[in-house]
Write a new protein. Structure first.
Length: 305
């Protein structure tokens, strides 16, 4: 999965384990060096620590995430900056969206009316940012709301400080996808309707570098749409293998998994271009793909189809 820098832009993380042999009176030592790079190759930040404890520590948007014994989390910046301790739990952090330390969401179940309100909280300050109870749902969902049955919502990461907010009537699988500003909850675009039945945590999302096109798979099949106009571009048929979208680098190709097998499809009409791809590359915003191999990382320019 691609990493992000503090502003939400794509970044590459390199972890190095540096071993220094014993010499004279000095003991042998081990040091871990973490460095993040922009797609241009510019170094964004670098930090080192004794030993190899941070060789597997989770990284979020330029911060090492160290879960505390008391349930809170400590964020250690890669490069310059101050460490921050948040009251957010390890579970909260896993669902964080937005740039920097971002926002996490929690469900607030209501029984009068039946609803699952969603509260977004700033992970840095611990303060509530917004609640779906105070937001207007899409028209197709709003017309179904009654005194006894209100809405449910689901928040998902998108790009930068934008997020996907999926709306539905409480207890129903038919939903409407919207694009929002994650800091305020303000709706930026209303997308197509989807069926979330059989949705799982590992569903797919691919976003073009300019942020204008999204291919989402949250439940039954994948749907492609324009996030500026809300227009649906294509939708899977019921008899097709589910497309779990992974990358949309902007060269006309959609990379996805079809029943666990890597594949390349035409982004405009989902026509299968190639199947049997062992590893789907990670893509930068300036047209390059990164693939891991036995000899290290290989970087190459993408070509339009």
């Amino acid at each position: 999965m691609p990493y992000r820098w503090r502003d939400g832009s794509p970044a590459l993380l390199i972890r190095n384990r540096v071993e220094t042999p014993a010499s004279g009176l000095k003991k042998a030592s081990t040091k871990t060096v973490l460095t993040m790079y922009a797609p241009s190759g510019e170094e964004l930040g670098s930090s080192s620590s004794d030993g190899d404890a941070h060789m597997s520590t989770p990284v979020r948007n330029g911060y090492l995430v160290d879960a505390g014994a008391s349930g809170d989390a400590k964020f250690l910046p890669i490069g310059d900056g101050q460490a921050l301790i948040s009251e957010a739990s390890h579970v909260d952090i896993q669902g964080t969206v937005g740039s920097g330390l971002g926002y996490y969401s929690q469900q607030d179940i209501s029984f009068q009316p039946y609803a699952e309100w969603l509260t977004a909280t700033d992970i840095r300050t611990g303060k509530k940012a917004w609640n779906t109870k105070d937001l207007a749902p899409p028209a197709a969902v709003a017309k179904l709301v009654t005194e006894d049955n209100a809405t449910s919502a689901r928040l998902m990461p998108y790009q930068g400080d934008k997020a996907l907010l999926e709306w539905s009537l409480y207890g129903e699988s038919e939903a409407v996808m919207t694009l929002i500003d994650v800091k305020s909850g303000r709706r930026l675009a209303e997308g197509p309707g989807i069926d979330t039945n059989s949705a799982i945590d590992d569903d797919g999302l691919a976003v073009s570098p300019d942020g204008k096109t999204a291919v989402v798979q949250y439940g039954k099949g994948a749907v492609a749409w324009n996030t500026e106009t809300g227009k649906e571009l294509w939708r899977q048929a019921a008899d097709e293998v589910t497309i779990m979208s992974k990358a949309l680098p902007g060269n006309g190709v959609l990379y996805a998994y079809l029943d666990g097998t890597g594949a390349a499809l035409d982004a405009d009409d989902k026509k299968l271009l190639r199947s049997g791809i062992d590893e789907i590359p990670q893509f930068t915003t300036n047209g390059y793909a990164v693939v891991r191999g036995t000899g290290g990382l290989f970087v190459f320019g993408t070509q339009p189809v």
